[in-house]
Design a protein around this ligand. Sequence first.
Ligand code: BG6
Length: 510
Amino acid sequence: MKTNDKLEPTVFVIFGGAGDLTWRKLVPALFDLSQDRSMPADFSVITVDRIDLSDEKLRRRLHDGVKKFSRQGKVKAAEWSEFARHIHYQQGDFKKLQTYSALGEQCAKLEKEWGTKAHRIFYMATPPSMFGEIPKYLGKAGLASDRKWARIVVEKPIGYDLESARALNAILAANFEECQIFRIDHYLGKETVQNILAFRFANPLFEPLWNRRYVDYVTITAVEAVGVEHRGGYYDHAGALRDMVQNHLMQLLCLVAMEPMVSFNADEIRNKKVDVLHAVRPIPRDAVHQCVVRGQYGPGWVEGKKVSSYREEDGVSRDSQTETFVALKLFLDNWRWQDVPFYLRTGKRLTRQASEIAIQFRGVPHQSFPPESGRDWHPSRLVLSIQPEEGIISSFQAKYPGPKMLLRPVDMRFNYRESFAAPSPDAYETLLWDVMKNDATLFMRVDQVEAAWRLFMPVLEVWAVAPPSDFPNYAAGTWGPEDALGLLAQGHSWPLPTELAGKCKKKEKN
Ligand code: BG6
Protein backbone atom coordinates (compact mmCIF):
# COMPACT_ATOMS: atom_id res chain seq x y z
CA MET A 1 0.00 0.00 0.00
CA LYS A 2 1.26 3.48 -0.85
CA THR A 3 1.35 5.52 2.33
CA ASN A 4 1.88 9.14 3.24
CA ASP A 5 5.09 9.55 5.22
CA LYS A 6 4.13 13.00 6.38
CA LEU A 7 1.20 11.67 8.42
CA GLU A 8 1.89 10.56 11.96
CA PRO A 9 0.80 7.14 13.22
CA THR A 10 -2.91 7.02 13.88
CA VAL A 11 -5.39 4.70 15.55
CA PHE A 12 -9.00 5.07 14.43
CA VAL A 13 -11.37 3.74 17.02
CA ILE A 14 -14.85 3.41 15.57
CA PHE A 15 -17.62 2.91 18.12
CA GLY A 16 -20.47 1.26 16.24
CA GLY A 17 -17.98 -0.58 14.07
CA ALA A 18 -20.53 -3.20 13.02
CA GLY A 19 -23.05 -0.55 12.00
CA ASP A 20 -24.25 0.95 8.75
CA LEU A 21 -22.19 4.16 8.78
CA THR A 22 -18.94 2.22 9.20
CA TRP A 23 -19.87 -0.15 6.40
CA ARG A 24 -21.29 2.39 3.98
CA LYS A 25 -19.14 5.46 4.56
CA LEU A 26 -16.22 5.29 7.01
CA VAL A 27 -14.33 2.21 5.89
CA PRO A 28 -14.84 2.88 2.15
CA ALA A 29 -13.52 6.42 2.76
CA LEU A 30 -10.48 5.14 4.68
CA PHE A 31 -9.85 2.58 1.96
CA ASP A 32 -10.04 5.27 -0.74
CA LEU A 33 -7.65 7.46 1.24
CA SER A 34 -5.25 4.54 1.44
CA GLN A 35 -5.41 4.14 -2.33
CA ASP A 36 -4.60 7.83 -2.77
CA ARG A 37 -1.50 7.67 -0.55
CA SER A 38 -3.34 9.57 2.15
CA MET A 39 -2.96 7.20 5.07
CA PRO A 40 0.03 7.09 7.40
CA ALA A 41 2.40 4.14 7.17
CA ASP A 42 1.38 3.13 10.69
CA PHE A 43 -2.35 3.07 11.23
CA SER A 44 -4.94 0.82 12.73
CA VAL A 45 -8.74 0.78 12.59
CA ILE A 46 -10.23 -0.70 15.75
CA THR A 47 -13.95 -1.18 15.42
CA VAL A 48 -15.85 -1.61 18.65
CA ASP A 49 -19.35 -2.98 18.96
CA ARG A 50 -21.51 -5.14 21.15
CA ILE A 51 -22.08 -8.13 18.90
CA ASP A 52 -19.87 -11.18 18.75
CA LEU A 53 -17.76 -10.96 15.59
CA SER A 54 -14.34 -12.20 14.55
CA ASP A 55 -11.79 -10.04 12.71
CA GLU A 56 -12.31 -12.25 9.67
CA LYS A 57 -16.09 -11.93 9.63
CA LEU A 58 -15.92 -8.18 10.14
CA ARG A 59 -13.40 -7.78 7.32
CA ARG A 60 -15.60 -9.78 4.96
CA ARG A 61 -18.55 -7.54 5.76
CA LEU A 62 -16.48 -4.38 5.34
CA HIS A 63 -15.03 -5.69 2.07
CA ASP A 64 -18.55 -5.96 0.78
CA GLY A 65 -19.18 -2.30 1.74
CA VAL A 66 -15.97 -1.19 0.06
CA LYS A 67 -16.90 -3.06 -3.13
CA LYS A 68 -20.24 -1.27 -3.15
CA PHE A 69 -19.25 2.22 -2.09
CA SER A 70 -15.57 2.80 -2.83
CA ARG A 71 -14.79 5.48 -5.38
CA GLN A 72 -12.05 3.21 -6.77
CA GLY A 73 -14.56 1.12 -8.73
CA LYS A 74 -13.25 -2.43 -8.88
CA VAL A 75 -11.35 -3.26 -5.70
CA LYS A 76 -8.30 -5.44 -6.32
CA ALA A 77 -8.06 -8.37 -3.91
CA ALA A 78 -4.42 -7.64 -3.07
CA GLU A 79 -5.16 -4.01 -2.28
CA TRP A 80 -8.04 -4.94 -0.05
CA SER A 81 -6.00 -7.58 1.86
CA GLU A 82 -3.18 -5.11 2.37
CA PHE A 83 -5.65 -2.56 3.79
CA ALA A 84 -7.78 -5.08 5.72
CA ARG A 85 -4.91 -6.29 7.86
CA HIS A 86 -5.08 -2.93 9.63
CA ILE A 87 -8.70 -3.54 10.72
CA HIS A 88 -9.49 -5.20 14.03
CA TYR A 89 -12.64 -5.94 15.95
CA GLN A 90 -13.12 -5.48 19.64
CA GLN A 91 -16.31 -6.66 21.26
CA GLY A 92 -17.43 -4.45 24.10
CA ASP A 93 -20.27 -2.70 25.83
CA PHE A 94 -20.14 1.07 25.33
CA LYS A 95 -21.29 1.52 28.93
CA LYS A 96 -18.60 -0.59 30.61
CA LEU A 97 -15.29 0.83 31.70
CA GLN A 98 -13.46 -2.39 30.84
CA THR A 99 -14.22 -1.79 27.12
CA TYR A 100 -12.23 1.42 27.35
CA SER A 101 -9.40 -0.04 29.45
CA ALA A 102 -9.01 -2.77 26.82
CA LEU A 103 -8.91 -0.09 24.14
CA GLY A 104 -6.26 1.82 26.04
CA GLU A 105 -4.16 -1.33 26.27
CA GLN A 106 -4.60 -2.01 22.57
CA CYS A 107 -3.52 1.54 21.69
CA ALA A 108 -0.49 1.28 23.98
CA LYS A 109 0.45 -2.03 22.34
CA LEU A 110 0.30 -0.49 18.88
CA GLU A 111 2.38 2.49 19.96
CA LYS A 112 4.99 0.12 21.36
CA GLU A 113 5.04 -1.80 18.08
CA TRP A 114 5.43 1.44 16.10
CA GLY A 115 7.96 2.82 18.55
CA THR A 116 6.18 6.18 18.82
CA LYS A 117 3.09 7.90 20.14
CA ALA A 118 0.04 7.75 17.86
CA HIS A 119 -2.94 9.99 17.29
CA ARG A 120 -6.09 8.43 18.73
CA ILE A 121 -9.27 9.31 16.90
CA PHE A 122 -12.46 8.21 18.64
CA TYR A 123 -15.33 8.18 16.16
CA MET A 124 -18.87 7.82 17.47
CA ALA A 125 -20.72 6.01 14.70
CA THR A 126 -23.33 4.77 17.17
CA PRO A 127 -26.99 5.58 17.78
CA PRO A 128 -27.25 9.13 19.22
CA SER A 129 -28.21 7.77 22.65
CA MET A 130 -24.53 6.78 23.10
CA PHE A 131 -23.12 10.24 22.25
CA GLY A 132 -23.44 11.36 25.86
CA GLU A 133 -22.01 8.11 27.28
CA ILE A 134 -18.88 7.35 25.27
CA PRO A 135 -17.07 10.65 26.06
CA LYS A 136 -17.64 10.08 29.81
CA TYR A 137 -16.07 6.63 29.68
CA LEU A 138 -13.20 7.83 27.51
CA GLY A 139 -12.61 10.50 30.15
CA LYS A 140 -12.78 8.02 33.02
CA ALA A 141 -10.39 5.65 31.27
CA GLY A 142 -7.87 8.47 30.81
CA LEU A 143 -8.14 8.31 27.02
CA ALA A 144 -9.44 11.86 26.48
CA SER A 145 -7.02 14.14 28.25
CA ASP A 146 -4.15 14.32 25.79
CA ARG A 147 -4.93 17.55 23.97
CA LYS A 148 -2.49 16.91 21.14
CA TRP A 149 -3.07 13.20 20.51
CA ALA A 150 -6.70 12.43 21.36
CA ARG A 151 -9.68 13.59 19.26
CA ILE A 152 -13.37 12.73 19.28
CA VAL A 153 -15.66 12.79 16.25
CA VAL A 154 -19.38 13.32 16.77
CA GLU A 155 -21.94 12.61 14.08
CA LYS A 156 -25.17 14.51 13.80
CA PRO A 157 -27.73 14.82 15.33
CA ILE A 158 -25.97 17.01 17.88
CA GLY A 159 -28.93 17.09 20.25
CA TYR A 160 -32.64 17.11 19.63
CA ASP A 161 -33.14 20.75 20.58
CA LEU A 162 -31.16 23.56 22.20
CA GLU A 163 -31.34 22.08 25.67
CA SER A 164 -30.20 18.59 24.71
CA ALA A 165 -27.49 20.01 22.43
CA ARG A 166 -26.19 22.05 25.36
CA ALA A 167 -26.27 19.01 27.62
CA LEU A 168 -24.33 16.95 25.07
CA ASN A 169 -21.82 19.75 24.49
CA ALA A 170 -21.35 20.02 28.26
CA ILE A 171 -20.49 16.30 28.49
CA LEU A 172 -18.06 16.64 25.61
CA ALA A 173 -16.50 19.74 27.20
CA ALA A 174 -16.14 18.00 30.57
CA ASN A 175 -13.91 15.39 28.97
CA PHE A 176 -12.33 16.98 25.89
CA GLU A 177 -11.20 20.48 25.01
CA GLU A 178 -13.07 22.16 22.15
CA CYS A 179 -10.02 21.81 19.88
CA GLN A 180 -10.26 18.02 20.29
CA ILE A 181 -13.95 17.85 19.29
CA PHE A 182 -14.84 17.34 15.63
CA ARG A 183 -18.59 17.69 15.00
CA ILE A 184 -19.38 16.37 11.54
CA ASP A 185 -21.76 17.92 9.08
CA HIS A 186 -20.98 15.88 5.99
CA TYR A 187 -22.23 18.68 3.69
CA LEU A 188 -19.08 20.59 4.56
CA GLY A 189 -16.94 17.82 3.10
CA LYS A 190 -18.56 18.13 -0.33
CA GLU A 191 -16.26 19.67 -2.96
CA THR A 192 -18.98 21.94 -4.26
CA VAL A 193 -19.72 23.24 -0.77
CA GLN A 194 -16.05 24.01 -0.15
CA ASN A 195 -16.00 25.66 -3.55
CA ILE A 196 -18.43 28.32 -2.33
CA LEU A 197 -15.55 29.92 -0.42
CA ALA A 198 -13.18 29.52 -3.36
CA PHE A 199 -15.67 31.05 -5.77
CA ARG A 200 -16.58 33.95 -3.53
CA PHE A 201 -13.19 34.87 -2.11
CA ALA A 202 -10.64 33.76 -4.68
CA ASN A 203 -12.29 35.82 -7.43
CA PRO A 204 -12.98 39.53 -7.32
CA LEU A 205 -15.70 39.24 -9.95
CA PHE A 206 -18.88 38.68 -7.96
CA GLU A 207 -17.99 39.84 -4.46
CA PRO A 208 -18.73 43.53 -5.17
CA LEU A 209 -22.24 42.48 -6.26
CA TRP A 210 -22.82 40.07 -3.37
CA ASN A 211 -25.02 42.30 -1.26
CA ARG A 212 -28.44 43.92 -0.85
CA ARG A 213 -27.74 46.50 -3.51
CA TYR A 214 -27.56 43.97 -6.34
CA VAL A 215 -29.12 40.80 -4.94
CA ASP A 216 -32.89 40.59 -4.97
CA TYR A 217 -33.22 37.28 -3.11
CA VAL A 218 -31.43 34.00 -2.50
CA THR A 219 -32.86 30.48 -2.55
CA ILE A 220 -31.19 27.51 -0.91
CA THR A 221 -32.59 24.15 -1.96
CA ALA A 222 -31.64 20.67 -0.77
CA VAL A 223 -34.34 18.30 -1.97
CA GLU A 224 -34.36 14.56 -2.46
CA ALA A 225 -36.30 12.06 -4.53
CA VAL A 226 -35.71 9.31 -1.98
CA GLY A 227 -37.98 8.77 1.00
CA VAL A 228 -36.77 7.88 4.48
CA GLU A 229 -35.35 4.56 3.21
CA HIS A 230 -34.40 2.26 6.11
CA ARG A 231 -34.24 5.13 8.64
CA GLY A 232 -37.93 5.57 9.42
CA GLY A 233 -37.42 4.92 13.14
CA TYR A 234 -34.88 7.72 13.51
CA TYR A 235 -36.53 10.11 11.08
CA ASP A 236 -39.98 9.92 12.61
CA HIS A 237 -38.54 11.41 15.80
CA ALA A 238 -36.47 14.00 13.97
CA GLY A 239 -38.28 15.41 10.92
CA ALA A 240 -36.90 17.61 8.17
CA LEU A 241 -36.21 20.68 10.32
CA ARG A 242 -33.90 18.78 12.67
CA ASP A 243 -32.54 16.42 10.01
CA MET A 244 -31.60 18.94 7.31
CA VAL A 245 -32.39 22.58 8.12
CA GLN A 246 -30.71 23.08 11.50
CA ASN A 247 -27.45 21.69 10.11
CA HIS A 248 -26.91 21.27 6.34
CA LEU A 249 -29.04 24.21 5.20
CA MET A 250 -27.62 26.48 7.89
CA GLN A 251 -24.10 25.59 6.75
CA LEU A 252 -24.99 26.58 3.20
CA LEU A 253 -26.56 29.80 4.43
CA CYS A 254 -23.44 30.65 6.43
CA LEU A 255 -21.10 30.04 3.50
CA VAL A 256 -23.14 32.04 1.06
CA ALA A 257 -23.78 34.98 3.38
CA MET A 258 -20.58 35.28 5.44
CA GLU A 259 -18.09 38.10 5.26
CA PRO A 260 -14.66 37.40 3.72
CA MET A 261 -12.30 35.67 6.10
CA VAL A 262 -9.02 37.34 6.95
CA SER A 263 -7.05 34.10 6.75
CA PHE A 264 -7.74 30.47 6.00
CA ASN A 265 -7.75 29.55 9.63
CA ALA A 266 -10.33 27.22 11.19
CA ASP A 267 -11.47 29.62 13.87
CA GLU A 268 -11.40 32.66 11.65
CA ILE A 269 -13.70 30.94 9.13
CA ARG A 270 -15.95 29.58 11.85
CA ASN A 271 -16.19 33.02 13.48
CA LYS A 272 -17.42 34.49 10.23
CA LYS A 273 -19.99 31.72 9.88
CA VAL A 274 -21.28 32.18 13.42
CA ASP A 275 -21.67 35.90 12.70
CA VAL A 276 -24.21 34.97 10.02
CA LEU A 277 -26.27 32.94 12.47
CA HIS A 278 -26.16 35.81 14.95
CA ALA A 279 -27.49 38.11 12.23
CA VAL A 280 -30.50 35.93 11.38
CA ARG A 281 -33.64 37.80 12.43
CA PRO A 282 -35.32 35.65 15.10
CA ILE A 283 -38.61 34.11 14.04
CA PRO A 284 -41.23 35.36 16.52
CA ARG A 285 -43.50 32.63 17.85
CA ASP A 286 -46.58 34.38 16.50
CA ALA A 287 -45.05 34.56 13.00
CA VAL A 288 -43.96 30.93 12.71
CA HIS A 289 -46.86 30.02 10.44
CA GLN A 290 -46.11 32.94 8.11
CA CYS A 291 -42.36 32.24 7.91
CA VAL A 292 -42.19 28.45 7.88
CA VAL A 293 -44.17 25.85 5.94
CA ARG A 294 -44.10 22.16 6.79
CA GLY A 295 -45.29 19.22 4.75
CA GLN A 296 -45.51 15.46 4.68
CA TYR A 297 -45.67 13.30 1.58
CA GLY A 298 -48.57 11.16 0.59
CA PRO A 299 -48.41 8.43 -2.07
CA GLY A 300 -47.36 9.37 -5.57
CA TRP A 301 -45.01 8.73 -8.46
CA VAL A 302 -41.29 9.46 -8.27
CA GLU A 303 -39.03 8.99 -11.26
CA GLY A 304 -41.59 6.73 -12.93
CA LYS A 305 -42.16 4.52 -9.87
CA LYS A 306 -45.22 4.37 -7.69
CA VAL A 307 -44.26 5.07 -4.08
CA SER A 308 -46.19 4.87 -0.85
CA SER A 309 -46.88 7.64 1.62
CA TYR A 310 -44.58 8.56 4.50
CA ARG A 311 -46.99 7.07 7.01
CA GLU A 312 -46.67 3.69 5.28
CA GLU A 313 -42.85 3.62 5.55
CA ASP A 314 -41.19 1.09 7.89
CA GLY A 315 -40.61 2.43 11.37
CA VAL A 316 -43.02 5.35 10.90
CA SER A 317 -46.12 5.77 12.98
CA ARG A 318 -49.35 5.36 10.96
CA ASP A 319 -50.66 8.74 12.15
CA SER A 320 -47.26 10.46 12.17
CA GLN A 321 -47.24 14.25 12.31
CA THR A 322 -43.54 14.43 11.41
CA GLU A 323 -42.65 16.83 8.62
CA THR A 324 -40.77 15.52 5.59
CA PHE A 325 -40.68 18.96 3.95
CA VAL A 326 -39.81 22.41 5.26
CA ALA A 327 -39.68 25.73 3.45
CA LEU A 328 -38.84 28.95 5.25
CA LYS A 329 -38.00 32.56 4.78
CA LEU A 330 -35.19 34.21 6.73
CA PHE A 331 -33.71 37.68 6.85
CA LEU A 332 -30.24 38.69 8.01
CA ASP A 333 -30.07 41.90 9.97
CA ASN A 334 -26.71 43.28 8.87
CA TRP A 335 -25.35 45.82 6.43
CA ARG A 336 -24.76 43.38 3.63
CA TRP A 337 -28.11 41.60 3.59
CA GLN A 338 -30.71 43.82 5.21
CA ASP A 339 -34.17 43.07 3.70
CA VAL A 340 -32.92 40.46 1.22
CA PRO A 341 -35.07 37.34 1.67
CA PHE A 342 -33.31 34.00 1.96
CA TYR A 343 -35.75 31.24 1.03
CA LEU A 344 -34.73 27.76 2.12
CA ARG A 345 -36.41 24.47 1.35
CA THR A 346 -35.75 20.81 1.84
CA GLY A 347 -37.86 17.72 1.49
CA LYS A 348 -38.03 14.04 0.77
CA ARG A 349 -39.85 12.35 -2.09
CA LEU A 350 -39.83 15.45 -4.26
CA THR A 351 -39.64 15.45 -8.03
CA ARG A 352 -35.91 14.88 -8.10
CA GLN A 353 -32.72 15.28 -6.13
CA ALA A 354 -31.05 18.69 -6.21
CA SER A 355 -29.02 20.81 -3.84
CA GLU A 356 -28.28 24.28 -5.05
CA ILE A 357 -28.05 27.92 -4.11
CA ALA A 358 -29.49 30.50 -6.49
CA ILE A 359 -28.50 34.14 -6.22
CA GLN A 360 -31.13 36.15 -8.00
CA PHE A 361 -29.79 39.57 -8.98
CA ARG A 362 -31.96 42.64 -9.28
CA GLY A 363 -33.10 43.83 -12.69
CA VAL A 364 -31.42 46.74 -14.44
CA PRO A 365 -32.36 50.10 -12.90
CA HIS A 366 -33.59 51.45 -16.22
CA GLN A 367 -34.91 49.49 -19.17
CA SER A 368 -33.45 51.16 -22.27
CA PHE A 369 -34.17 48.42 -24.83
CA PRO A 370 -37.37 48.56 -26.86
CA PRO A 371 -40.21 46.72 -25.07
CA GLU A 372 -40.44 44.04 -27.81
CA SER A 373 -36.76 43.10 -27.35
CA GLY A 374 -37.25 41.19 -24.17
CA ARG A 375 -40.36 39.06 -24.12
CA ASP A 376 -38.38 36.42 -22.21
CA TRP A 377 -36.59 38.81 -19.92
CA HIS A 378 -35.05 37.41 -16.71
CA PRO A 379 -32.72 39.31 -14.41
CA SER A 380 -29.32 37.65 -14.06
CA ARG A 381 -29.08 34.62 -11.82
CA LEU A 382 -26.13 32.70 -10.50
CA VAL A 383 -26.63 29.11 -9.43
CA LEU A 384 -24.11 27.27 -7.28
CA SER A 385 -25.01 23.68 -7.92
CA ILE A 386 -23.96 21.35 -5.12
CA GLN A 387 -25.38 18.03 -6.32
CA PRO A 388 -26.09 15.90 -8.28
CA GLU A 389 -24.90 18.45 -10.85
CA GLU A 390 -21.60 19.90 -9.64
CA GLY A 391 -20.72 23.34 -10.87
CA ILE A 392 -21.88 26.89 -11.38
CA ILE A 393 -24.25 28.44 -13.89
CA SER A 394 -24.52 32.11 -14.58
CA SER A 395 -27.59 33.20 -16.56
CA PHE A 396 -27.77 36.59 -18.22
CA GLN A 397 -29.31 38.37 -21.19
CA ALA A 398 -27.69 38.18 -24.61
CA LYS A 399 -28.59 39.49 -28.02
CA TYR A 400 -30.38 36.92 -30.13
CA PRO A 401 -28.75 36.62 -33.61
CA GLY A 402 -30.52 38.56 -36.35
CA PRO A 403 -31.18 42.07 -37.51
CA LYS A 404 -33.49 42.93 -34.63
CA MET A 405 -32.40 43.78 -31.10
CA LEU A 406 -33.90 40.78 -29.34
CA LEU A 407 -32.72 39.74 -25.91
CA ARG A 408 -32.77 36.20 -24.61
CA PRO A 409 -31.45 34.59 -21.42
CA VAL A 410 -28.35 32.43 -21.92
CA ASP A 411 -26.17 30.38 -19.59
CA MET A 412 -22.46 30.22 -18.91
CA ARG A 413 -21.55 26.95 -17.23
CA PHE A 414 -18.71 25.60 -15.16
CA ASN A 415 -18.96 21.86 -14.75
CA TYR A 416 -16.60 20.13 -12.30
CA ARG A 417 -16.39 16.95 -14.35
CA GLU A 418 -15.51 18.75 -17.57
CA SER A 419 -13.06 21.22 -16.04
CA PHE A 420 -11.07 18.90 -13.80
CA ALA A 421 -9.85 15.46 -14.70
CA ALA A 422 -9.56 14.62 -10.99
CA PRO A 423 -12.53 12.79 -9.45
CA SER A 424 -14.21 14.40 -6.45
CA PRO A 425 -13.53 12.53 -3.22
CA ASP A 426 -16.48 11.51 -1.10
CA ALA A 427 -17.25 14.02 1.68
CA TYR A 428 -16.17 11.49 4.32
CA GLU A 429 -12.74 11.11 2.75
CA THR A 430 -12.13 14.83 3.07
CA LEU A 431 -13.47 14.94 6.60
CA LEU A 432 -11.52 11.92 7.85
CA TRP A 433 -8.37 13.30 6.27
CA ASP A 434 -8.96 16.61 8.06
CA VAL A 435 -9.46 14.88 11.42
CA MET A 436 -6.15 13.07 10.88
CA LYS A 437 -4.48 16.39 10.03
CA ASN A 438 -6.17 18.01 13.05
CA ASP A 439 -7.80 20.66 10.86
CA ALA A 440 -11.20 21.72 12.23
CA THR A 441 -12.13 24.15 9.45
CA LEU A 442 -14.87 21.91 8.07
CA PHE A 443 -16.35 20.98 11.44
CA MET A 444 -19.02 22.63 13.55
CA ARG A 445 -17.92 24.51 16.61
CA VAL A 446 -20.01 24.43 19.77
CA ASP A 447 -21.28 28.01 19.42
CA GLN A 448 -22.41 27.41 15.84
CA VAL A 449 -24.43 24.33 16.73
CA GLU A 450 -26.12 26.10 19.60
CA ALA A 451 -26.78 29.29 17.62
CA ALA A 452 -28.50 27.21 14.93
CA TRP A 453 -30.69 25.43 17.48
CA ARG A 454 -31.54 28.75 19.15
CA LEU A 455 -32.95 30.04 15.85
CA PHE A 456 -35.31 27.14 15.40
CA MET A 457 -36.56 26.72 18.95
CA PRO A 458 -39.60 29.00 18.43
CA VAL A 459 -40.56 26.92 15.39
CA LEU A 460 -40.18 23.61 17.21
CA GLU A 461 -42.09 24.91 20.22
CA VAL A 462 -44.97 26.28 18.18
CA TRP A 463 -45.17 23.13 16.07
CA ALA A 464 -45.14 20.93 19.18
CA VAL A 465 -48.35 22.50 20.46
CA ALA A 466 -50.03 23.00 17.08
CA PRO A 467 -49.86 19.73 15.18
CA PRO A 468 -50.63 19.97 11.46
CA SER A 469 -54.20 19.25 10.50
CA ASP A 470 -53.59 18.64 6.79
CA PHE A 471 -50.86 15.96 6.66
CA PRO A 472 -50.11 14.41 4.19
CA ASN A 473 -50.26 17.66 2.25
CA TYR A 474 -48.17 16.92 -0.83
CA ALA A 475 -48.01 14.02 -3.21
CA ALA A 476 -44.71 12.23 -3.61
CA GLY A 477 -43.07 13.32 -6.85
CA THR A 478 -44.19 16.95 -6.69
CA TRP A 479 -42.27 20.01 -5.46
CA GLY A 480 -43.94 19.97 -2.04
CA PRO A 481 -46.99 21.68 -0.55
CA GLU A 482 -48.46 24.63 -2.42
CA ASP A 483 -48.22 26.74 0.75
CA ALA A 484 -44.47 27.03 0.12
CA LEU A 485 -45.33 29.42 -2.69
CA GLY A 486 -47.05 31.66 -0.16
CA LEU A 487 -43.70 32.44 1.50
CA LEU A 488 -42.42 34.16 -1.62
CA ALA A 489 -42.67 37.89 -2.12
CA GLN A 490 -44.30 39.08 -5.33
CA GLY A 491 -42.12 38.38 -8.36
CA HIS A 492 -40.00 35.80 -6.52
CA SER A 493 -40.02 32.08 -7.34
CA TRP A 494 -38.53 28.76 -6.29
CA PRO A 495 -36.19 28.01 -9.17
CA LEU A 496 -36.38 24.64 -10.87
CA PRO A 497 -33.14 22.70 -10.41
CA THR A 498 -30.62 23.42 -13.14
CA GLU A 499 -28.93 20.96 -15.45
CA LEU A 500 -25.29 21.64 -16.08
CA ALA A 501 -25.05 19.52 -19.18
CA GLY A 502 -27.64 21.83 -20.73
CA LYS A 503 -30.18 20.92 -23.31
CA CYS A 504 -30.15 22.08 -26.90
CA LYS A 505 -32.85 24.66 -27.18
CA LYS A 506 -35.05 24.45 -30.25
CA LYS A 507 -34.21 27.05 -32.84
CA GLU A 508 -36.37 30.07 -32.19
CA LYS A 509 -38.46 31.62 -34.95
CA ASN A 510 -38.71 35.39 -34.98
C1 BG6 B 1 -28.34 13.32 6.16
C2 BG6 B 1 -29.80 13.22 6.50
O1 BG6 B 1 -27.67 14.11 7.09
O2 BG6 B 1 -28.21 13.91 4.88
C3 BG6 B 1 -30.53 12.41 5.46
O3 BG6 B 1 -29.93 12.60 7.77
C4 BG6 B 1 -30.30 12.98 4.09
O4 BG6 B 1 -31.92 12.36 5.75
C5 BG6 B 1 -28.82 13.15 3.84
O5 BG6 B 1 -30.85 12.08 3.14
C6 BG6 B 1 -28.57 13.90 2.56
O6 BG6 B 1 -27.21 13.87 2.29
P1 BG6 B 1 -26.68 13.78 0.81
O7 BG6 B 1 -25.21 13.89 0.94
O8 BG6 B 1 -27.16 12.48 0.29
O9 BG6 B 1 -27.33 14.93 0.11
